[in-house]
Design a protein around this ligand. Structure first.
Ligand code: 5GP
Length: 176
């Protein structure tokens, strides 16, 4: 049991299980991109540890870049606007692999994907460490999923609770 700020978290996915699954995902990517040279687009902040471990197992030639997604409320009718920050690379004609920490409602990643698609990449695949299918609000094509999990709040291995708790090797879940 671990207390982060005012909440209690319990073990959920161990470091060993995470590492084994990441090796499998990297192996799949190495096969699928055997004759391509993708641009890996890492979505900060939450994906930083997952992405670092994943790319260590990639044997294909690849470039790596980082983006952030800023959300702000526009009007009540349009809801949250997502803006991609930090993308300085030319992505037209490139094979993109987007690396995310977690897909919850899917609204963030689907907005990011449609903004990237507008710049005409050759292809766009999404890798996420965690996916909550029960929370999904928009159909999404996720090419590489580490773990499908239930709709509970998780933390650790890069994911935070209010800025805290990113620095654990295991993934923890909010005690129910
Ligand atoms: P979505 O747009 O898919 O609903 O939300 C994606 C973002 O919400 C993730 O990148 C992450 O920052 C945050 N998020 C969603 N679920 C969780 C969770 O269980 N734990 C943490 N720490 N963040 C989450």
């Amino acid at each position: 049991m671990v207390t982060i700020k005012d909440k209690t978290f319990v073990p959920f996915i161990s470091a060993e299980v995470i590492q084994a699954r990441i090796q499998e995902l990297a192996g799949q990517i190495n096969e699928d991109y055997a004759h391509r040279q993708p641009l890996i687009v890492i979505v900060l902040n939450g994906a930083f540890i997952f992405a670092a471990d994943l790319v260590k197992h990639l044997t294909i030639p690849c470039e790596i870049t980082f983006i952030r997604v800023a959300s702000y409320a526009a009007t009540e009718s349009s809801g949250q606007v997502k803006e991609i920050l930090g993308l300085t690379d030319t992505i037209a004609g490139r094979d993109l692999i987007l690396v995310e920490d977690i897909v919850d409602t899917g609204l963030t990643i689907s907005e990011v994907c449609s903004q990237l698609q507008a710049q005409n990449p050759a292809s766009l695949a999404v890798t996420t460490l965690l996916f909550k299918p029960d929370a999904l609000k928009k159909p999404l094509d996720l090419s590489y999923v580490g773990f499908e999990i239930e709709n509970r709040f998780v933390l650790g291995y890069g994911l935070d609770y209010d800025g805290w708790g990113r620095n654990t090797k295991d993934i923890l879940v909010l005690e129910s």
